[in-house]
Design a protein around this ligand. Structure first.
Ligand code: PLP
Length: 273
């Protein structure tokens, strides 16, 4: 996108998306988080004859909730906008085969540009963009971030390639991840914690102010559970949290242990009764 074009971005999209939008020089419009009526209002108000792009994380990196892809696809078609989705947290997580947001909604081929990192479920570095050949060819010749940075080291590319195969060859990992995620989220909710609308492996445990989030982190880490705090401005002030992540490598007993630790800390700090 460039000057004169319009980009519509979810309010809590990852910082790298925000920076990309700003660097593009396009008109930048933010819609309220997952608020499709607000997105439609902004699309409606944009000039009809400009290039438009709607962009969002498929799974939000700090909240763990999932986009309303069917509605986004519908709006993009209605207002002639391209759709770009960042699959950093859905690849290897969503869908029975773990292939991501399109599989989750059974909406294959409806996203114009999919990008993802190679730093989450794919344990490497770098990232990818997947789109029609013309778009990829355009990016190869026009994307400054691509042209002016070094290529992936071959070892990292090979590791990433193998990890994609593991996702496809070992679907039990996705099943296990889903079981662990359900156990963890429902357990925390049952204790009275606010985990926002997460349905995925990213589980926010809302603490309130930043100091409480730091204190919770210390308490939980002292019980041998690795969690990290996320505080403002990375998230809205007052919604500081622990950001816990479940993996397929966890055993049910690990999840129990983590929940006990968080429960004890939450009681001590008065977050739950
Ligand atoms: C949604 C999203 N997009 C992009 C990135 C950037 O990933 P990387 O650090 O691999 O460049 C992240 C990681 O933090 C992310 O959560």
């Amino acid at each position: 996108m460039g000057r004169g074009d319009y980009v519509f971005s979810d309010k809590i999209n990852h910082a790298s998306i925000v920076d990309g939008c700003l660097m593009s020089g396009a008109e930048f419009r933010r819609y309220r988080h997952n608020d499709m009526a607000h997105l439609e209002g902004l699309l409606k108000n944009a000039p009809a004859d400009v290039a438009k792009l709607v962009i969002a994380d498929s799974v939000f990196s700090m909240d763990g909730d999932i986009i309303d892809l069917p509605k986004m696809v519908e709006l993009c078609k209605k207002y002639n906008a391209w759709l770009m989705i960042d699959e950093a947290h859905s690849l290897g997580v969503l869908g029975e085969k773990g292939t991501g947001i399109e599989e989750y909604y059974n909406l294959y081929g409806e996203i114009d540009i999919k990008m993802g990192t190679l730093s989450k479920t794919i344990p490497s570095v770098g990232g990818y963009v997947a789109a029609k050949e013309e778009i990829i060819s355009y990016l190869r010749h026009a994307s400054r971030a691509y042209i002016f940075s070094a290529a992936l080291p071959p070892g990292q590319a090979a590791a990433a390639n193998e990890a994609f195969k593991v996702i496809l060859d070992e679907p039990w990992r996705i099943e296990r991840l889903n079981e662990n995620t359900k156990q963890f989220i429902s357990g925390l909710k049952g204790m009275g914690f606010n985990t926002l609308l997460t349905e995925t492996a990213i589980v926010p445990v809302i603490c309130g102010d930043d100091d409480t989030a730091f204190a919770m982190t210390r308490e939980v880490q002292h019980q041998d559970v690795f969690v990290l705090p996320v505080v403002s401005p990375a998230v809205e002030a007052g919604l500081a949290r622990l950001r816990a992540t479940v993996t397929a490598a966890h055993e049910p007993s690990d999840i129990e242990h983590a929940m006990d630790a968080i429960e004890k800390a939450g009681k001590k700090l008065g977050l739950i009764k």
